[in-house]
Design a binder for this molecule. Structure first.
Ligand SMILES: NC(=O)c1ccc[n+]([C@@H]2O[C@H](COP(=O)([O-])OP(=O)(O)OC[C@H]3O[C@@H](n4cnc5c(N)ncnc54)[C@H](O)[C@@H]3O)[C@@H](O)[C@H]2O)c1
Ligand SMILES: O=c1ccn([C@@H]2O[C@H](COP(=O)(O)OP(=O)(O)O[C@H]3O[C@H](CO)[C@@H](O)[C@H](O)[C@H]3O)[C@@H](O)[C@H]2O)c(=O)[nH]1
Length: 327
């Protein structure tokens, strides 16, 4: 019950989280600068236009809405872009999060759920990626997220900021009811790009690297359905509200798919050909990122229900054919 401040609520994952929070009886208050998000995606609660770098606006939001918790999705999150312009990532993600955390603490809001990433683990051969694995990011995006994790631990020690950190693996799919979905402009994510290539919105899908040390030479990722992912957030919030300790959880299924396997499943689901071009590696990409943890299942009671590749592509394809935002 109560208001939850959702930064990045106009974005892909944040908009799905708002729907899940609303269904759980809470009011999601979206705070977003619409840099990569959409006003049309804010459907489940109030919208505040603002930037994390603007501390006075943040203070006003805490005063006006008195949120019981913060869910912090707002970030820049593209690996390639972060390699070209690391300053953008340190400023927006790290300085922005510092403002948000300080504003929350100043307002007495000490319940915080944070979107981190498996990109903080980096490249580690033959290591099980559970929450105890070393964090050795190989790109500025992952480094910015690791820094925010450290910040949360420091603010817990000094100000009692209780937090859950979710390290997502690759998020895909869309709301099965079609109210919200993935819509990035420009798009850089694998599944929507494949769907664009299938229906002629782009000439072809370029595979970034075919010489990786994997069975078919392409990168391997662990894909999780956005609906399952946001369910975990509601459980994480409940965990904190019921007195659970600050905790880190991986969110992935533990099954890896290569780029070629995602292409094969996309062909099967849509029953359409995918034009493909083989290209060079993309700087900053890890060879293999697959979760090796069942902590979220064991401790939060999280059970991913839609995270098969077939279901993720089916839901993404439905959204792709019908859904979009205009502003
Ligand atoms: N998509 C994935 O596969 C994935 C995987 C791991 C982690 N994550 C993390 O999940 C979160 C959400 O990702 P997404 O895919 O929904 O991204 P997204 O780009 O769709 O959403 C991010 C939202 O944050 C907003 N935003 C960015 N900077 C802001 C600022 N300074 N002030 C206010 N609003 C700002 C954007 O306008 C956008 O609406 C991010 O923190 C990302 O790092 C995503
Ligand atoms: O046109 C494309 C786009 C992607 N890929 C490959 O597909 C895989 C997935 O790429 P993408 O969908 O861009 O996701 P990631 O770069 O893995 O990053 C996502 O997943 C991370 C967790 O792994 C999150 O932290 C990031 O925010 C999120 O963008 C990677 O191997 C890419 O090399 C291609 O081959 N061609």
């Amino acid at each position: 019950m109560g208001n939850v401040l959702v930064t990045g609520g106009a974005g892909y994952i944040g908009s799905h989280a708002c729907k899940a929070l609303r269904a759980a009886g809470m009011t999601p208050v979206t705070f977003d600068n619409l840099s990569t998000g959409w006003r049309d995606a804010v459907k489940f609660g109030p919208f505040v236009y603002g930037d994390l770098l603007d501390r006075p606006v943040l203070d006003t939001v805490f005063e006006e809405y008195s949120p019981v918790a913060v869910m912090h999705f707002a970030a820049l999150s593209l690996v390639g872009e972060s390699m070209r312009d690391p300053g953008l990532y340190w400023r927006n993600n790290v300085s922005g999060s510092l403002n948000l955390i300080e504003a929350a603490v100043a307002a007495g809001c000490r319940t915080f759920v944070f979107s981190s990433t498996c990109a903080t683990y980096g490249e580690q051969d033959n290591v099980v990626l559970d929450e105890t694995a070393a964090q050795q990011p190989i790109n500025a995006y992952g480094a910015s997220k690791r820094a925010i994790e450290d910040m949360l631990r420091d603010f817990e020690a000094s100000h009692g900021l209780r937090h859950v950190i979710f390290r997502y693996f690759n998020v895909a799919g869309a709301d099965p009811e079609g109210e919200v979905g993935e819509f990035h402009r420009p798009e850089t994510h694998l599944v929507p790009l494949i769907l664009d290539a299938i229906d002629g919105k782009r000439d072809a899908l370029t595979i970034f690297g075919t010489d990786y040390d994997t069975p078919d030479g392409t990168c391997i990722r662990d894909y999780v359905h956005v609906g399952d992912l946001v369910d975990a957030h509601v459980l994480g919030l409940k965990w904190l509200q019921e007195g659970g300790e600050s905790r880190v959880f991986n969110l992935g299924t533990g099954t890896g798919f290569s780029v070629r396997e995602v292409l094969d499943e996309s062909r099967a689901v849509t029953n359409r050909a995918v034009p493909v071009v083989e290209g060079p590696r993309r700087p900053g990409d890890c060879t293999r990122l697959v979760s090796g943890s069942t902590r979220a299942e064991a401790e939060l009671g999280w059970h991913p229900r839609r995270s098969t590749m077939k279901q993720m592509i089916t839901d993404a394809w439905r959204w792709h054919q019908t859904g979009h935002y205009e502003g």
